[in-house]
Design a binder for this molecule. Structure first.
Ligand code: ADP
Ligand code: MG
Length: 410
């Protein structure tokens, strides 16, 4: 059997060296500095961000590095070790619908900061990353967040120095992804990359109108004392129509909320004085002959409830007890929200059979990554079992990461 493939995180020095060298090779002179931002893994709370719900991400040790130097004009020139050639644009040409390619994520951040009233000049920048692309671990948010803190620093905006300022950077990066890159994601990824803390998970509450301190509460998440570790499995599964499926799920949630006369599905939660799940499902029945809307609603409402309970257990130092919530989350995403796939199900089933305390898909689904909560002494057994199951099924070999809760964009 071939050795399982591990994706190691780079040290800060290695990341800085790589982008520094790429910058110097691509542009003349040296950068003003190096900034970086992490990918993220969501412990629980999937497809809840755009439903004003709860989610609970941590930052990965895997980061995207940016070496940047501002320019006198409004030109942006970008190179990436993960992309061909030089990507160029003038900031005055950045507008919704007008930008294609990976530079949309970057120039979108500059555009959104300008929209928010900040003065942003052009820049030359080099990018390199050990966050796997398109693996559900938010390489896109890592890219946006690294540029957000870089532009904050060179422009003297002063936003990255406080959590409230970082919440503004989250808005800018989310707008970049939604409006310039054209991906209708809900804000989880950018919040995680900019606001997580080392040793903590971040309980995000997407109800509108909360102040920054209410919307993101750090929860200590240290698995070491319990002898546990969080294993991430990048399934390498590639699926088509992912963004269409994502849009369809969002649209179903909006339709259900509309039929119920609610601003969002979060208002169903009885703890918020909502109508309650059973009553909401009964009200939807006449409009929902095939039951699809009700399944989507049941996932969203139960998932926010599971997230709250998972966070309570973690707060009480009972991380070893969260496994059943992970499994219930996965089952709900598989059966009610219908965003899992064969590869994700295989990771979950195999990991649990090999001794994991819990496992679930993480991220939007249809491929990407799954996580497993594993005793440190069982990591090799679980990894070998998952790698073996993929080989037996004739699937592309998955990649493995360890995910201690790590530091935000800096
Ligand atoms: P995920 O965020 O889950 O990794 P996305 O599809 O949201 O997947 O984002 C991946 C896209 O982000 C890539 O296709 C590319 O356009 C852009 N991207 C991310 N990281 C980099 C990088 N280091 N260099 C160039 N483009 C990147
Ligand atoms: Mg993304």
């Amino acid at each position: 059997m071939t050795e399982p493939q591990w994706l190691e995180a780079w040290s800060a020095e290695e990341g800085a060296r790589r982008v520094g060298e790429l910058f110097t090779r691509s542009f003349e002179g040296s950068p003003d500095g190096v900034w970086s931002a992490p990918g993220r893994v969501n412990l629980i709370g999937e497809h809840t961000d755009y439903n004003a719900g709860l989610c609970l991400p941590t930052a990965l040790p895997h980061r995207t590095y940016v070496a940047l130097r501002p320019r006198e004009d409004d030109r942006v020139r970008l190179v990436s070790a993960q992309a061909e050639g030089v990507w160029e644009i003038s900031l005055s040409d950045v507008a919704p619908g007008a930008v294609t390619g990976w530079g949309a994520y970057v120039s979108g951040v500059a555009w959104a900061l300008t929209q928010a009233g900040h003065k942003v000049s052009g820049f030359d920048a080099a990018v390199d990353s050990c966050v796997p692309f398109g693996a559900g671990l938010s390489s896109s948010a890592a890219l946006e967040a690294a540029f957000a803190v870089a532009l904050d620093a060179v422009g003297g905006l002063g936003l990255a120095t406080s959590d409230a300022g970082r919440a503004e950077l989250v808005d800018a990066t989310r707008r970049a992804e939604n409006e310039i890159a054209g991906a209708p994601t809900g804000g989880l990824d950018q919040s995680a990359s900019l606001r997580c803390r080392e040793g903590y998970a971040l309980l995000l509450d997407f109800r509108p109108g909360l102040d920054p301190l209410e919307s993101a509460v750090p929860v200590p998440f240290d698995l070491e004392p319990a002898g546990l570790t969080l294993l991430v499995v990048d399934t390498r599964a590639e699926h088509s129509h992912v963004s269409g499926e994502y849009g369809a799920r969002r649209a179903a949630c909006e339709r259900a909320a509309g039929l119920l006369g609610l601003a969002s599905l979060r208002e169903i939660a009885p703890t918020l004085g909502g109508v309650g799940l059973d009553r909401a499902l009964a009200e939807l029945e006449p409009h929902d002959p095939d039951g699809v809307l009700r399944r989507r609603v049941r996932h969203v409402v139960s998932e926010t409830d599971r997230t709250a309970r998972f966070a309570d257990l973690v707060r009480e130092g009972r991380a070893a007890d969260v496994g059943p919530f992970m499994l219930a989350s996965h089952a709900s995403l598989r059966d009610d929200y219908e965003v899992s796939c064969r590869e994700l199900d295989l990771v979950v089933d195999t990991a649990v059979a090999a001794g994991a305390l819990g496992a679930r898909m993480t991220g939007g689904g249809f491929g990407g990554s799954a996580i497993a909560l594993v005793r440190r002494s069982d990591v090799d057994t679980v990894v070998a079992a998952v790698a073996g199951a993929f080989a037996d099924a004739g699937l592309t070999a998955p990649a493995f990461l360890l995910a201690p809760p790590s530091a935000p964009a800096a």
